[in-house]
Design a protein around this ligand. Sequence first.
Ligand SMILES: Cc1ncc(COP(=O)(O)O)c(C=O)c1O
Length: 399
Amino acid sequence: MDKKQDFPMLMHYKDLVYCDSAATAQKPQMVIDRLTHYYTHMNASVGRGVYALAEQVTTEYEKVREKVAQFIGAQSSQEIIFTRGTTDGINFVATAWGDKNIKAGDEIVVTALEHHSNFVPWQQLALKKQATLKIIPINQDGSFVIKSVSDWITPKTKIVAMTHVSNALGVYNSHLKELVSAAHLVGARVLVDGCQAFGYQPVNVQELGADFYVFSGHKVYGPTGVGVLYIKKSVQFDVPPYQFGGGAVFEVKDESTSFREAPHCYEPGTPPIAQVLGLGAALEYVSACGVINIQRHVAQLCTQFIEGAQSIKSLRILGGVEHLTGSGHLVSFVVKDVHAHDVAAFLDTRGICVRAGHHCAQLVARALNYEASVRVSFAMYNNAHDVTRVLEALAALSA
Ligand SMILES: Cc1ncc(COP(=O)(O)O)c(C=O)c1O
């Protein structure tokens, strides 16, 4: 699989090696065309108008909701809420569900593997409510330090919020199913941050048992400004609207308001219409490529990178290579005596884009005792030649 020709950015900068898709992915022509088509041929708001154009765009908008529902194995499209992205979706749950359900003395469980977006909202909620924040630590390979799940999940636990795949190390959540089962046994809810998993592996929210699942459109070849929050239907009674405004209401009186059914009660105001349609195009594109094919392709690139990187003595891969070889789409590493920013700047001089820093995961950096790392991440448009170019540049840097 080499899809470069579908991505205008990569055709424009023919020599560019873009290895920062875990930050944001490039957009295929199909997505760009869908945005342009909306603005040039369909521009009207959704959900309100009674004229043909408004009805047409509403239908297209709702079709994307259906598509997302199918993609993640939701029971119904009513479980799909469009947000601004993963961060927005997590703040939604921590604020709306959290405010209603968390009280002093309750326990909120997160892990040390989290992106700040799935850590700070829970930390702030715990501080506000005088609840206890429990942070499951990680081993050097990125797996969780769990002797017994009951040490972490107790009758006081109200929610477990954890990542599906780590954005800092690339490793999969080592205890996902076990933690979901234990949480449900004590009546707690589970939020899974799917930001680095969705689009890179098949996701089925019902099989996962997630009550909430979140991801961002821009990481799966879609536009920025749109994301998805899945809220399981049986949990929705416990999630009041996060924000208030037009479109989400049924009847507004002087003293009270009644709300529309989900998902509309959760989407007040004019939504990101173009972006939702663009996300629909991105999902069609991913679907045509096949998620399994994408997964296999990026895993091969990861394996090629790891094998090559292991022969560069000054380079240390973080997170345990055995967890990354043959799976995953990103690898983080440090180079002895060269700051990660300098590594990234050097690679940039050779037309290679990688990410350097703590990757919004300072808990991971502290646990593994590094200040900043370099992260290469692969997508369907990368190929073996890209990996070779990164390896050659790293070898030159270390020579
Ligand atoms: C695992 C993970 N969670 C959350 C986020 C935040 O996503 P966004 O910035 O699109 O809201 C990211 C972004 O890198 C991520 O990788």
